[in-house]
Write a protein that binds this ligand. Structure first.
Ligand code: AMP
Length: 193
């Protein structure tokens, strides 16, 4: 099974590129941000718990997110593979994901890390805030999210670098050029379907 982590700070294009990868390679997309937003919208107990963290740019507690991922993987036993988008975001989540996959006799294949400058990230997130209706795309919350990325998430890259699985990809330029760079890496393991 092909298991990809699409890694990068908020605004690095993970959602946009995930969609293109799904269209081309027919793998299952698991975005913890999308799953959480859907829980919030449906006003579930999990959503009510998560909302406060999301609205101020903090990370939702690990156990909440890990439980959600586990049920989502179980829900699609016949998947060709998975793209994890916005997960893992802490070292604890990475360790939990490695264990979950090991139980299923599989593992992370590769981690593609989108590299985007901080100025470009802030610009993109502010633009998205003006059009997407996402409650967390305003200047104060964006600053907090980028801080959370540096404090808790950047270390996830080292976790997978130590396993020899981390590949840096230039995340600036046209959407199609970035997709070409990602595809060149994915093609080493999986052909478009
Ligand atoms: P995203 O759409 O990936 O930018 O996520 C939006 C918000 O959802 C984040 O700022 C966090 O509050 C929360 N979130 C998404 N994924 C995770 C995760 N893996 N761990 C903790 N919180 C998360």
């Amino acid at each position: 099974m092909f298991n990809l982590i699409l890694f990068g700070p908020p605004g690095s294009g993970k959602g946009t590129q995930s969609q293109k990868i799904v269209d081309s390679y027919k793998v299952e997309h698991i975005s913890t941000g999308d799953l959480l937003r859907s829980e919030v919208k449906n006003e579930t107990a999990l959503g009510l718990e998560a909302k406060e963290y999301m609205d101020n740019g903090s990370l939702v507690p690990d156990e909440v997110v890990i439980g959600m991922i586990s049920s989502k993987i179980d829900a699609t036993p016949d998947a060709r593979g998975f793209i994890f988008d916005g997960f893992p975001r802490t070292k604890e989540q990475a360790v939990a994901l490695d264990k979950l996959l090991q139980l299923k006799e599989t593992s992370i294949t590769t981690v593609l890390s989108l590299q985007v400058s901080e100025d470009e990230l802030t610009k993109r997130l502010l633009e998205r805030g003006a059009t997407s209706g996402r409650s967390d795309d305003n200047e104060e919350v964006i600053t907090k999210r980028i801080k959370e990325y540096h404090a808790k998430t950047a270390i996830v890259a080292s976790h997978y670098d130590a396993q020899g699985k981390l590949v840096n990809i230039k995340g600036e330029g046209s959407i199609d050029d970035i997709f070409k760079s990602l595809s060149a890496e994915i093609d080493k393991y999986l052909q478009p379907a």
